[in-house]
Design a protein around this ligand. Structure first.
Ligand code: ZN
Length: 494
């Protein structure tokens, strides 16, 4: 029950997000309509209004991605087109082909309208959004609004995916390891989602929808990887009536963890993997840690009466993994600041690359920076070279973004062994209180998990990629403060 409610909530977030983009493209249409009508006002200028076409190129917020804009203010068939370009020729060629097709179709249709005497001007607007994903690929979603006069308008989507580093174009079959049979699960998830979507209620063309969601590659070409969801796009009128607009369906990647291949597999849990075999040295570290904790708590109990309240405060180290995240991390920083609490953030290099300014905000706020690898890989399966690569690349991007190198390391899934310890240059820090925030995604449950197992000297594991964690954090800080805890970084923890 709880799970499906959370799923729906997630879906809503995504849908709200996409509707925002759709609204944006609609407002672009209105905007250009209004500018156009201003331009059409009679002026003192005696010259006939000239058609101006403008082209410009500017840099995007993402390295290596340029934004090209083409605008025509022709009063009968105006257009405004914005599209991405990169250093990758095949990517540019594919985008240019799409733009040319859209523009040609529009201009030819408008010519035909003119020929038959229609006076209503048309409109073509193409806008796009970029979504970076932890797999290292960018999803480009192009939204095309075409208006051919009268009641003749529609919205359609086109998507393309690029790994800027390998220069590879990613297709839907790459996500599923080129096994078409794996689409069966996706097909049924999408159909369920469509059935449950209130905005599509009573608007779906049943037959067309079933055909458009059959488990075939060609049906799922229009997709985007947006955070931990796979988003699928359908054109207006493709599977539902015009009243439904252009449907956008989001499926949580976690539902496809068996079908997706690395690096598209979702980052799920720290606990999903079996615990690595505990080797001698490791055992020592863990036992020592536990003994320390036991000693500490005995000490506290026996001494608490004799000591004044502020002589020995209980300590807790809050840790946040898998970020930074543009939505969640800032909320967490704000809540921590409110309680003057310092924490430790174990960051993924691949995410720091996308959100360097957020990584910098974490440092500026006085928190400790930790390395959590580049791709969230299970390092116990990797060669020393590959491990070094994961760790040093992450160190470098954190240093580039914040000016500081991380001081601690936490292996994904807590999975490590002796061989790895020799390769790592940073101290390894695990945890002893697991909030399971990635699993329950429930703000109220966060406090319950902390309450049940926190003690002096605890290291608490949370993730700054789930909104539920940001929402539940305040009650955790309030509770721990009232219990007399101070908040320290993992390196400050005694
Ligand atoms: Zn992690």
């Amino acid at each position: 029950m709880k799970k499906s409610r959370n799923k729906n909530r997630k879906l809503w977030i995504d849908l709200a997000f996409i509707s925002m983009i759709a609204l944006l493209s609609i407002s672009l249409i209105f905007l250009s309509h209004s500018t156009k009508s201003n331009a059409n006002q009679p002026t003192n200028n005696r010259k006939a209004p000239e058609i101006t076409k403008e082209e410009s190129t500017k840099e995007s917020a993402f390295p290596g991605i340029l934004i090209k804009t083409e605008v025509s203010n022709d009063k009968y068939s105006p257009y405004s087109i914005q599209y991405p370009q990169s250093k990758v020729k095949s990517f540019n060629a594919q985008i240019n082909k799409y733009i040319d097709e859209q523009l040609d179709t529009y201009l030819i249709a408008m010519q035909e309208n003119k020929r038959i005497g229609s006076k209503t001007p048309g409109e073509l607007n193409i806008a796009f959004e970029i979504f970076p994903h932890t797999s290292g690929s960018y999803s480009f979603v192009m939204i095309t609004g075409t208006y051919l006069g009268g009641a003749n308008g529609y919205t359609s989507f086109n998507t393309i995916h690029l790994n800027t580093e390998s220069a590879n174009i990613i297709k839907i079959n790459d996500l599923f390891g080129h096994e078409e049979s794996k689409l069966e699960k996706l097909s049924s998830l999408v159909r369920d989602s469509i059935k449950k979507d209130p905005s599509l209620k009573d608007k779906v063309f049943e037959e067309e929808m079933m055909l458009a969601t059959e488990p075939k590659w060609s049906n799922f070409e229009k997709f985007a990887l947006i955070e931990d969801t796979l988003v699928l796009y359908f054109d207006e009128y493709e599977i539902a009536s015009g009243a439904a607009g252009a449907p956008v369906i989001a499926v949580p990647l976690a539902e496809l963890s068996e079908q997706l291949v690395a690096p598209f597999k979702p980052i799920v849990s720290e606990e999903v993997l079996p615990k690595p075999p505990v080797e001698e040295d490791t055992e020592d570290i863990i036992e020592e840690e536990q003994e320390d904790e036991v000693n500490d708590s005995i000490e506290t109990e026996t001494q608490v009466d004799e000591q004044t309240e502020n002589a020995k405060k209980k300590q807790v180290a809050l840790t946040f993994d898998d970020g930074p995240d543009p939505k969640v991390t800032p909320q967490i920083l704000a809540t921590l600041a409110k309680y003057d609490a310092k924490a430790t953030f174990f960051m993924l290099g691949s995410r720091v690359e996308f959100y360097p300014e957020i990584a910098n905000d974490v440092l500026e706020a006085g928190h400790e920076l930790g390395n959590h690898t580049w791709t969230h890989a299970n390092l116990t399966n990797m060669t020393s070279d590959a491990i070094t690569q994961e760790v040093s690349r992450t160190n470098n991007i954190i240093e580039q973004s914040t000016g500081e190198t991380p001081t601690v390391f936490r292996p994904p899934y807590g999975a490590f062994n002796d061989d790895m310890l020799n390769v790592l240059s940073l101290p390894v820090v695990l945890w002893n209180v697991d909030t399971l925030d990635w699993k329950h995604r429930d703000a109220a449950q966060l406090l319950a998990s902390v309450k049940s197992s926190v003690h002096d000297g605890s290291t608490v594991l949370m993730h700054d990629i789930h909104l539920s964690t940001a929402q539940g954090l305040e009650s955790v800080l309030e509770y721990l403060t009232s219990e007399g805890y101070t908040f320290v970084t993992v390196s400050e923890l005694e």
